[in-house]
Design a protein around this ligand. Structure first.
Ligand code: CDP
Length: 238
């Protein structure tokens, strides 16, 4: 394992986190772990049970009880991982407008975050991981070797998300995607527990007009810089 063994990537919706993480994970042979799917899975579980999502106590009790697992998928087509909710594959059910609308409320509950963060840390401590979320560099893995915070204008991010939804055959309008993204950004940034913000030692990248290749190259330079810092130069892998 190379010394830069934990890479934390945070930022708002559609800022480029998953694209970057996927490229880095493939290049470095690391696990790609998207923590957002865990909050989405809890939200799905609560909706399926018919819980009132404003009822913090019952949503938290459910989050403490459900079993969420994320397994890497070797098949290069489709999602790079499979998400299990109490043993059932739910990967395809996590990106609906209903979950988009409700996930930030669920993820703001202290007890829900506590339940999810424990598992994320256990996975992070194994090393060889690119972990993506909102609070990875600040709360989940404050000692991560490399921390990146991606951002872009909300319009650019809404365009990306709109294109993804259309690509999946969903019927949405650009303005509804933009509106829902603004609401989610505001929720995520202003919550009391683990709000969305760059860690003090994160490198911030504005991806509004940044081509994917440049974004990946910049991140690889940071990983290499970290590796050179902690390894004698004759041992740095090429
Ligand atoms: O893919 P996108 O950026 O739209 O969202 P996501 O990463 O799947 O995260 C969905 C929601 O989960 C976010 O809007 C946050 O409310 C929450 N989340 C969080 O609170 N902490 C994380 N580490 C990851 C996601």
């Amino acid at each position: 394992m190379s010394p830069a063994s934990t890479i934390a990537i945070d930022g708002p919706a559609a800022s480029g986190k998953s694209t970057l993480a996927l490229h880095l994970a493939r290049r470095l042979g690391y696990l790609y772990f998207d923590t957002g799917v865990m909050y989405r899975a809890v939200t799905l579980a609560a909706i399926r049970k018919g819980l009132d999502l404003a009822d913090e106590e019952s949503v938290t009790a459910l989050a403490e009880k459900v079993e969420i697992d994320v397994q890497p998928k070797l098949d290069p087509a489709g999602a790079p991982f499979e998400v299990f909710l109490d043993g059932e594959v739910v990967t395809g059910d996590l990106r609906t407008p209903e979950i988009d609308r409700n996930v930030s409320r669920v993820s703001a509950y202290r007890g829900v975050r506590h339940a999810m963060t424990g598992l994320q840390r256990t996975i992070g401590k194994r090393g060889g991981v690119v972990m993506v979320g909102r609070d990875i560099g600040t709360v989940v893995l404050p000692d991560a070797d490399v921390k990146l915070y991606l951002d872009a204008t909300v319009e650019a991010r809404a365009h990306r998300r709109f294109d993804e939804c259309v690509g999946r055959g969903e019927e949405v309008t650009y303005s509804s995607v933009l509106e829902s993204m603004k609401v989610r950004d505001a929720y995520d940034s202003s919550r009391e527990v683990a709000p969305l913000k760059p860690a003090a030692d994160a490198v911030v990248l504005d991806t509004t007009d940044l081509p994917i290749g440049d974004m990946v190259d910049t991140a690889l330079v940071l990983v290499e810089r970290h590796t050179r810092k902690v390894m004698p130069s004759d041992e740095v892998p090429l």
